[in-house]
Design a protein around this ligand. Structure first.
Ligand code: F7E
Length: 346
């Protein structure tokens, strides 16, 4: 919207409304929402036909890797067949020579990695139902580009995080827990594989790159990453540090623990982080590191705009404020109950 676009988004019908992450956009001129679902071809055809978009950004997916083991069929329907529904909707509306399409592909395609770091030439080895479904999306986009001359691209994005990240992905789970523990609202954080390595970047920077991909003369696929890798353990250490808590790691494997070495007196010596095998995956991708040279060279994109430390700081600061706000709101509610009881307010 900052670029002056009129933006049409699709939302799914649900009995409860979770629109917190776009609440700041609703009601703005040039921002429109439509009910549609990637599992329902006609709904996509109707929206594409009425809006006649210049650009489509398909970020819709069942995007949680662990959940894809529990819901593999749904994941395949939305993440694989959903892509063809978008491509076919564009063709059905005779927009294939006009509308440019961005497909959110993923570093999970490299899965059980065959080389480190990974670039556009690295062989894929998907290692979850999510990754297998996304691999179909990647290839069908390439196919439609070659078969019909459509301007469609896949961005092979490595993990991109922000203050708005869903609370069950590991980064946000950690920053929110660090903020809650620091402010006395949570005792302990349970995680899975602490040694898993990821190339984490800032979503805001990556979205800029998605847009750049659609502004080129020729469509192409690009790896988007920072080229820097950290473990889950390192992310947690830094996040707790920004929340005012120094962690000391003890033990190994399922017995590893993050103990409070320094911080608020009530926490020192306590186990704040522990491992729970509930968060282990049947197959886990453990060594992702992207090589963003092509995006830097061809798109002029800067992979180091927001560094790892800055990303963790932004996320922790946001969650510290959020938790403090929730705490204040809870306190107001408690005071109100007391005032009502004492007849101070009616
Ligand atoms: O896991 C390990 C976990 O769920 C990262 C999605 O956006 O990025 C994301 O996929 C790592 C894994 O993201 C916990 O085993 C340890 O090795 O944050 P995550 P992801 O699976 O990398 C890619 C690019 C996508 O395309 C996906 O859509 O962290 N881990 N302990 C944990 N992960 C979670 N979720 N929870 C834990 O407690």
């Amino acid at each position: 919207m900052e670029k002056g676009y009129e933006v049409h988004g699709i939302i799914r019908r649900s009995s409860v409304d979770f629109r917190e992450r776009i609440a700041h956009l609703e009601g703005r001129p040039g921002f429109h929402l439509h009910y549609a679902d990637l599992g329902d071809s006609m709904s996509i055809v109707k929206v594409v036909g009425s809006v006649r978009p210049d650009e489509i950004y398909n970020l819709a997916a069942q995007s949680h890797v662990q959940v894809s083991f529990d819901a593999p069929e749904f994941t395949a329907d939305v993440d694989a067949v959903g892509v063809i529904r978008v491509l076919e909707a564009v063709r059905a509306c005779h927009l294939e020579q006009h509308c440019r399409i961005y497909q959110a592909s993923t570093s999970e395609l490299y899965g059980k990695v065959e080389a480190v770091p990974q670039n556009e030439e690295t062989p894929f080895h998907p290692y979850s139902p999510y990754a297998v479904a996304k691999l179909y999306g990647y290839w069908i986009v390439k196919e439609y580009r070659e078969a019909y001359g459509m301007y469609c691209c896949s961005g092979i994005l490595f993990n991109h995080e922000s203050e708005r990240r869903g609370e069950t992905f590991v980064t946000r789970k950690i920053t929110l827990a660090a903020a809650r523990i620091a402010q006395g609202h949570q005792e302990k954080l349970f995680l899975g594989n602490l040694s898993s390595r990821r190339d984490w970047g800032y979503a805001r920077d990556y979205v800029e790159c998605m847009w750049l991909m659609l502004q080129q003369e020729q469509p192409d696929d690009y790896v988007i990453a920072t080229g820097v890798q950290h473990t889950v353990r390192e992310f947690a250490t830094l996040a707790f540090r920004y929340a005012g808590i120094e962690l000391r790691w003890e033990g190994e494997g399922a017995d590893e623990k993050g103990v409070c070495a320094a911080g608020p007196a009530r926490l020192v010596g306590k186990v704040l982080v522990a491992v729970s095998p509930d968060f282990y995956r049947p197959t886990d991708v453990v060594n992702l590191l992207g090589d963003p040279s092509k995006a830097r060279r061809c798109l002029g994109w800067n992979p180091s705009k927001t560094r790892f430390e800055e990303l963790v700081r932004l996320m922790v600061e946001s969650d510290m404020a959020k938790v403090a706000g929730e705490g204040a709101a809870a306190k107001i509610r408690t005071n109100l109950a007391e005032y009502l009881e004492k007849g101070i307010v009616k």
